[in-house]
Ligand binder design. Structure first.
Ligand SMILES: C[S@@+](CC[C@H](N)C(=O)[O-])C[C@H]1O[C@@H](n2cnc3c(N)ncnc32)[C@H](O)[C@@H]1O
Length: 246
């Protein structure tokens, strides 16, 4: 995954933009809820931002899995300096097998890296196979309902998107994140509609699929003012997904 190999530090810095702190993270944490005593798998864990939060939310066991050895190395460095008892593994999410079933799978911006529905189906099939019956999937994903006419609207928030051609299945969407130090971090995702995602989840045994609305933390209004948030709240850059293993 060339976007992350060699650029893991850039992604880590991009996680500090205000919309991540006051919108993405509170939305994810509210949906995750109390994880006390749960066994949790973080697929596409990157450098472990959410993996550490999952452990801090009370999970008894957390395994972080990512395709990028650079991202996993950053995660392991943080585990060495501030041990939380998290295990990390380099593996393709679509090919992961484990001996035990998890109570919860979290996937932060993993599914939007699937280039086509076969790759996405393999990831949902992994999730379904690794969850115990009744276990939950909670995911963050780039918002598939964000139209190209809105792709510049993220600039005041530190990101922009671009596409060459129409928004059709498998189309590459290029993201640019402006970093605090003046640098830029770029990555590429692939478009798959919300409807196709939902059908694939259901085909793989993930039921009661929900797409909850993001929630803005009150601290975000205090820090940035209410007007700052109006455009991003109209069309957020991400969506939330929740599903249950049948
Ligand atoms: C946008 S980052 C998200 C990291 C973290 N989950 C977060 O929300 O901050 C996406 C991560 O997914 C990983 N990834 C992409 N395709 C993958 C795959 N097939 N299997 C496992 N990890 C993958 C990338 O290496 C990258 O670390």
């Amino acid at each position: 995954m060339s976007d992350y190999q060699g650029h893991a530090g850039g992604y880590q810095t991009a996680k500090r933009q205000p919309w991540r702190t006051y919108l993405e993270q509170p939305s994810a944490l509210a949906l995750l809820g109390d994880l006390n005593g749960l066994s949790v798998l973080d697929l596409g864990c990157g450098e472990g931002h959410y993996t550490r939060l999952l452990k801090q939310l009370g999970a008894s066991q957390v395994l972080g899995v990512d395709l990028s050895s650079d991202m996993i190395e950053l995660a392991r460095q943080q585990e060495r300096s501030h041990p939380l008892g998290i295990d990390y593994r380099v593996c393709d999410a679509g090919a992961l097998t484990l001996q035990t079933k998890a109570d919860l799978v979290f996937a932060g911006y993993l599914f939007n890296h699937a280039r086509d529905r076969d790759e996405l189906r393999a990831q949902f099939s992994t999730v379904s196979g690794l969850l115990r019956p009744g276990g939950r999937l909670v995911a963050l994903n780039n918002n598939p309902d964000d139209p190209p006419s809105n792709f510049e609207a993220g600039r005041p928030y530190g990101y922009s998107k671009s596409i060459n051609g129409p928004l059709v299945e498998g189309a590459a969407i290029h993201y640019r994140f402006a970093l605090e130090d003046g640098g830029v971090f770029e990555l590429t995702d692939y478009y798959i509609s919300r409807e196709v995602m939902q059908t694939l989840m259901e085909d793989c045994g993930l039921q009661q699929v929900r797409w909850p609305q993001p929630v803005l933390a009150a601290e975000g209004i205090e820090a940035m003012g209410a007007d700052y948030w109006s455009a991003i709240m109209t069309t957020p850059p991400f969506c939330l997904i929740e599903a249950t293993r049948g």
